[in-house]
Design a protein around this ligand. Structure first.
Ligand code: 13P
Ligand code: SF4
Length: 356
């Protein structure tokens, strides 16, 4: 019988910790817990591996002995892990309500309609590239149409590979990562077209094909940062280095000293000398852990109020225990499985990235 969530709600921190540790010990290598850097401390402390999207996808692909992969992250991450694991491995997302609003901004019907218009206007010129923060059906679209996926850690490499004099790129669903990457590779702003997916009739295709089309999706966490926050932190902390995630809007990335994926931000702050000062434009749980890990450095959020991802933040320790004890009792709860037809093409788009 499936164990009920309400049995877990009032458990003390100690009990939760002990019981999770016991389940992990009992499963041994049959169970792997992966956690994205934006998860709460109470979840991170139980993970076998923590990482950014790229690292976690790579680990999921390598963990061949694990029967169960419990993914502490959001839905598209668990789907990606399912694409990369064998049919006898099961991927569990302990809280199935943890989605990603940005991923949901690109729907297959809208993407297919856009693609049709691009084909009519420019023939086979465009290659679709999806951010890993996309649903499996969008990854499958990219796989089917000769494209691939990327993460914030390798977007430049993927763009460089795809963008040739003969080929243009359509990037889904994050406008900002797409534009920031294109500009970093030397595209001019007028070579980039933003695709308004909410009112597609307002999109006007120029005669000459754009080099890059970016879907008008965004991450609500990273879109929140403001130029005045950068000016203000520079006044308050002379010599501060401002580092932001490339899901931030262009004006933020342009004013910052550096931009990079979650893993890159951690590396930069970790490698910096004692006494250095950092203002970071990304998710709050990660910043909070960096502050705790580096007492000899001044580290603060660019936003005076930490910006948390509501979806990453949903997962609590008692929900993790509920999922784990159900697994132990033989109840596979909250398994994420991509249907086989979608999975075949979606996996192709992920493999093309990993092979790079
Ligand atoms: P990375 O883990 O690739 O830095 O992406 C950040 C993010 O928004 C995850 O949802
Ligand atoms: Fe989605 Fe942004 Fe949350 Fe990442 S941080 S899961 S992109 S909403």
């Amino acid at each position: 019988m499936v164990r009920e969530m309400r049995e877990y709600q009032g458990l003390s921190e100690n009990e939760l910790n002990e019981r999770i540790t016991q389940v992990r010990q009992a499963f041994g290598r049959r169970l792997v817990i992966l956690a994205h850097h934006y998860q709460k401390d109470e979840v991170i402390r139980h993970s076998d591996f923590r990482g950014d999207s790229l690292k976690l996808a790579q680990i999921a692909a390598q963990e061949k002995d694990a029967e169960f992969i419990v993914f502490c992250g959001v839905y598209f991450m668990a789907e990606t892990a399912d694409l990369l694991t064998s049919p006898c491995q099961k991927v569990i997302l302990p809280d199935l309500q943890a989605g990603c609003p940005m991923a949901d901004m690109a729907k297959p019907e809208g993407v297919a309609a856009c693609w049709e218009l691009l084909r009519e206007a420019y023939g086979d010129r465009f290659v679709p590239v999806a951010y890993i923060n996309s649903n499996a059906d969008i990854k499958a679209f990219c796989g089917r149409e000769g494209g691939m996926i990327c993460t914030s850690a390798n977007a430049e490499r993927v763009f460089e590979r795809v963008l040739t004099p003969e080929k243009s790129l359509v990037f889904l669903p994050d406008e900002h990562l797409g534009r920031n990457t294109g500009l970093r590779l030397g595209l001019r702003p007028d070579e980039i077209l933003v695709w308004n997916y909410r009112n597609p009739d307002t999109n006007i295709l120029p005669k000459q094909p754009p080099r890059l089309i970016v879907w008008q999706g965004f991450c609500c966490v990273h879109q929140r940062f403001r130029p005045e926050q950068i000016r203000s932190v520079r006044e308050q902390i002379p010599g501060v280095r401002v580092i932001v995630h490339p899901e931030c809007p262009r004006e933020i990335v342009a004013l910052a000293d550096d931009a990079g994926s979650t893993g890159y931000i951690i590396q930069q702050v970790t490698d910096a000398p004692l006494g250095s000062a950092w203002a970071i434009g990304t998710e709050g749980n990660l910043i909070h852990r960096l502050v705790a890990a580096h007492p000899g450095k001044t580290i603060r959020s660019l936003n005076p109020y930490l910006s948390y991802c509501r979806n990453m933040n949903r997962l609590r320790e008692h929900v993790l225990l509920w999922a784990l004890e159900n697994l132990q009792a033989g109840n596979v709860v909250n398994q994420v499985q991509v249907d086989p037809e979608t999975a075949a093409f979606a996996a192709l788009s992920v493999q093309r990235m990993l092979e790079m």
